[in-house]
Design a binder for this molecule. Structure first.
Ligand SMILES: Nc1ncnc2c1ncn2[C@@H]1O[C@H](COP(=O)(O)OP(=O)(O)O)[C@@H](O)[C@H]1O
Ligand SMILES: Cc1ncc(C[n+]2csc(CCOP(=O)(O)OP(=O)(O)O)c2C)c(N)n1
Ligand SMILES: [Mg+2]
Ligand SMILES: [Mg+2]
Ligand SMILES: [Mg+2]
Length: 325
């Protein structure tokens, strides 16, 4: 396989945004930034055997998720994703058609969000596949949903459902073997392989006076701790209010661990004032975007995050996925 042929073959024929002055083909990309908006830039890497295994992930799945997790970070800022760059370290055993299939997976999402591939890098590696995606997006000036914007008495919410991705991973790794054949295991596996970034909810949140957001990559507990730390507040959530799929408890007795610490839900969790919550909830309902109140924000105490169950009240530690633990 020739590196230059590959680059040529993945170069988009059409560009959605006329603000792209130079895309793939020069030393760097050029685009003209707009007035009145802030540019958002984020990058996330996925590594074979750390983020996915090849025996259950197709090249399309890998490409899809590598872009999805970055779009999710743009969503968590309340922004619109616009451009992406892809850096690949590919083991020599990969064929050109497998690499192109990875781009097909990315393209599925890029089409949905009218995003343009504007650059990247390609190198060979002797061992595992490494995919790094950078996404550029934008948000109206001053409207980003920063982690530091939570205030006492705010409502704490989460979109969609949590724990399903971790359940899917557990099924894929055959750590969970459901006895109940009525459970749609493919649903959970799909939630793990094909997370749906919550751009619409992020955009709605950015239209309110003040909303804090974080996307759930490392797990709800970890992300709520980050929100509490960044805003110098404490967050109290109620276990009985956590939105989970009705089959999740049937899959494993430890399903609550999946919901709180599993991660990779790529849902949004955040906070908003009580008054604005009522409007946000209504707007989400109208658009059929699932969103659930799970607790509220308090003045800072020793515990950053407090979990209330029917029996106890405890500190919810910043436990979850951690690359160096
Ligand atoms: N190796 C690194 N060098 C510089 N900044 C980093 C590095 N790793 C992470 N960051 C920054 O630290 C912050 C938290 O990163 P991370 O936990 O990966 O966020 P997320 O979960 O949203 O992807 C982000 O602002 C990110 O850009
Ligand atoms: C084979 C395999 N083992 C474990 C996991 C679980 N896992 C890997 S990384 C991760 C956290 C999210 O990834 P990270 O690189 O921390 O993304 P970021 O927080 O930067 O968005 C989780 C839950 C997985 N997806 N695949
Ligand atoms: Mg990251
Ligand atoms: Mg994030
Ligand atoms: Mg992480």
């Amino acid at each position: 396989m020739d590196e230059f042929d590959l680059i040529h073959s993945i170069t988009p024929r059409t560009i959605h945004h006329s603000s792209v002055d130079v895309g793939i083909g020069d030393d760097a990309a050029l685009y003209t930034a707009k007035h009145g908006v802030q540019e958002i830039v984020c990058v996330d890497t996925m590594v074979e055997d750390v983020h996915f295994k090849l025996h259950y992930s197709s090249p399309e799945d890998i490409g899809y998720k590598a872009l999805a997790v970055n779009i999710s970070d743009i969503a968590a800022m309340g922004g619109i994703p616009k451009f992406y760059l892809v850096s690949l370290a590919v083991p020599s055993k990969w064929t050109e058609s497998e690499i192109k299939a990875m781009y097909e997976g990315m393209n599925e999402l890029a089409k949905l969000y009218h995003m343009d591939l504007i650059g990247g890098d390609t190198v060979s590696t002797s061992d595992k596949l490494v995919v790094t995606v950078t996404v550029v997006g934008e948000v109206e000036k001053g409207r980003a949903c920063l982690r530091s914007l939570a205030r006492p008495n705010d409502i704490v919410f989460v979109t969609g459902e949590i724990g399903s991705s971790a359940a899917g991973l557990s099924l894929l790794l055959e750590e969970t073997n459901p006895q109940n054949s009525a459970i749609d295991t493919a649903y959970f596996i799909n939630r793990h392989k094909r997370p749906q970034p919550r751009v619409s909810v992020g955009r709605l949140c950015s239209s309110f006076k003040r909303a804090a957001l974080n996307d759930i990559s490392d797990g709800l507990a970890s992300e709520l701790n980050e929100l509490a730390e960044a805003s110098c507040v404490s967050i109290e959530i109620d276990e009985s209010m956590l939105p989970v799929h009705s089959d999740l408890p049937k899959l494993h007795p430890n399903w609550k661990e999946w919901a709180l610490f599993g991660g990779e839900d790529f849902e949004l969790t955040g906070t908003i004032s009580k008054e604005e919550w009522e409007v946000l909830k209504q707007e989400c309902e109208t658009r059929q975007l699932p969103i659930t109140k799970i607790g509220h924000v308090r003045e800072k105490t020793e515990s950053n995050v407090i979990l209330k169950t029917d029996k106890t009240t405890m500190t919810l530690e910043k436990k979850g996925y951690n690359h160096f633990k």
